[in-house]
Write a protein that binds this ligand. Structure first.
Ligand code: CDP
Length: 234
């Protein structure tokens, strides 16, 4: 690994990009290296979708979903479990760490994420968590909306084929029953809604550094980001 000198570290790092582009993997590795926390904001939108499904709320009922987002209690806390999870995700007191990754949630999460009141509630929580600094925040609108003054913004992209393949092997490794075509369709469905919604659509911030990881290993992406850290000047 290259020896680098870090003059001053960026304190808030935004990583945005489409579904399964590797944001969380990269975000966690960077955060671990520097002792920062990594917040995967997708967890919050997934929690709203899961809770709506569990409560029998129609995801197209904007008023009911918005009301739910404003009252839901989402706790993301360090885990003691030994099952590959990064954190425990506790929703209204119940551990739903793996439930938020279900195909049903994948199918409905982008629908609930378009609602302005849902986004406002989640953005408020995310900004509160970021206040302490030393944070890598991962999502779709972090560099554009949630933390427009982030010290470093990265937009991590990859073609849909590569992303689907990565998610396929990730799910397979977790013992899930998976079908590559279904994963591809599900990613395309979410990308379409996430990119075209009126509020906080998925897009790179003007000052984001674009990284396309199609032909890159995780190690190479990390090396590229570490170069950005060493070049960082406040
Ligand atoms: O992990 P993956 O890339 O599959 O998705 P995720 O980051 O868990 O996000 C799930 C969904 O939440 C996205 O498809 C978006 O609809 C929504 N989301 C969002 O709207 N804004 C964010 N900052 C993060 C996620």
């Amino acid at each position: 690994m290259t020896q680098r000198v870090y003059k001053k570290l960026p304190s808030t790092i935004a990583i945005d990009g489409p579904a399964a582009s590797g944001k969380t993997t990269i975000g966690n590795l960077i955060a671990n290296k520097f002792g920062y926390i990594c917040l995967d904001t997708g967890i919050m939108y997934r929690a709203v979708a899961l809770q709506a499904l569990d409560e029998g709320i129609n995801v197209f009922d904007e008023e009911a979903v918005s009301e739910l987002a404003e009252r839901i209690d989402i706790e993301i806390r360090p885990t003691a479990a030994d099952d590959e999870r990064q954190f425990d995700v506790i929703i209204d007191g119940i551990d739903h760490t793996w439930d938020i990754r279900s195909p049903q949630v994948n199918q409905n999460v982008s629908e609930v994420s378009v609602y302005p009141r849902v986004r406002a509630a989640m953005t408020k929580l995310q900004r509160q968590i970021a206040e302490q600094g030393k944070i890598v925040m991962v999502g779709r609108d972090i560099g554009t909306v949630v933390l427009p003054d982030a010290d470093l913004k990265i937009y991590l992209d990859a073609s849909v084929d590569v992303r689907a393949e990565r998610r396929y092997f990730e799910d397979l490794g977790r013992g899930k029953k998976v079908c590559l075509e279904e994963i591809m369709e599900s990613l395309q469905h979410r990308d379409e809604i996430d990119s075209n919604r009126a509020v906080a659509p998925l897009k790179p911030a003007q000052d984001a550094v674009l990284i396309n990881s199609d032909d890159m290993t995780v190690f190479q992406v990390i090396e590229t980001i570490l170069d950005l850290f060493s070049e960082y000047q406040p």
